[in-house]
Design a binder for this molecule. Sequence first.
Ligand code: 1CP
Length: 391
Amino acid sequence: VILSPQHPLSAGRTGDSRLVRAYRGERPDTTPVWFMRQAGRSLPEYRDLRVGTRMLDACLDPAMASEITLQPVRRHKVDAGIFFSDIVVPVKLVGVDVEIQPGRGPVFGRGYADAAAVAELTSVDPARLDEASAPITEAVGRTIAELNETAPSGSRDASDSVGRSSTLGGGGTPLIGFAGAPFTLAAYLAEGGPSKDHLAARTLMHADPGAWRALMDWTAELTGRFLRTQVLAGASAAQLFDSWAGALSLADYEAQVAPASAKALSFVHDLEYGSTDASGTAVTRRVPVVHFGVGTGELLGAMHRIGVDVVGVDHRIPLDIAAERVGAGVPLQGNLDPALLAAPWPVLEAAVLDVLSRGRSAPAHVFNLGHGVPPETDPAVLTRVVELVHQ
Ligand code: 1CP
């Protein structure tokens, strides 16, 4: 499927941005940077806007979701926006009882930890999501309309030898779409809410492999459709968050989880756009996909093998070691320890430079944190980190 001519990738607005170039393995003029959870509670303008609106209502209000997505781009001059939403939004949109409780996270009306519960859940056709996705499509559309006009200065290489920047309609900041990977979503669904060890999901996968496969299959299609909607509406890259995959052994990950994650990504892998390569020859490219998880040092190779372009790495494993584990030729994203955002500047500065230096072990590197921005973070520190990375 070829993306529409108005899509920022097809229209040449984001295809040569620092972010998309790094995601396809090139080294742009400077390392691109964005932060997981860059939108949200660390920003006073976010806290102001959210007063009186519940989290999932904010996600489904296109004007609000778009504004929140844009806030950190305007403030920090990061190289990408990440769509303001949540991994449980598609579950909510097909009518499942779920809310996001402040300070806790997603909480379901019940847990889905046995065959009967899973059968009830999966009786809802995931294709119904497409009819309910209008708020997502509209929020992404509003967001890219503004992002098209907000390229951080120099974010496209001015010295492009084939003059693409000037011939293809100017720069724009890419929007990253995202979705939860089936396991991370299933960890919440099985438990009925947040948990530390995701025991209900890990038990179900062995206690009732049939029910587990049904749950993973359903979740994969639902979350894959959510991701596809965002890309069709204008996202220039996609990130699959398997935040809790680090709770699994490599064997369980490969046998019980990886196939469902690959199925989720099949909903975006067929989306293509026309571009030109460095010699000016016409090429067709796929939308770049990043795969991230927490505590996944042992899983990095397997997480790459499901068929992604970029592996996101948390702070527990240095990028040079991660580069060895994923194998040659794979761009990496990460991995400053979020705890260091509250450290004295000289300590933080040294840590940022260390991440950048280790990132040179990979063919390309997108600077990020090892996990999300802590809510108490001073936003001025994030802006300063962006400036340092860009220097
Ligand atoms: O009212 C609030 O501010 C609630 C806090 C909040 C926010 C800002 C939640 C509840 N979700 C979000 C937005 C969100 N969720 C984004 C926004 C875009 C950005 O990064 O700027 C993203 C990417 C997510 C994805 C998400 N939700 C993940 C994967 C990423 C990660 O952090 O590992 C997960 C695991 C969730 C579940 C979730 N939603 C919210 C919370 C507090 C949690 C985690 C709960 C837990 O610890 O289990």
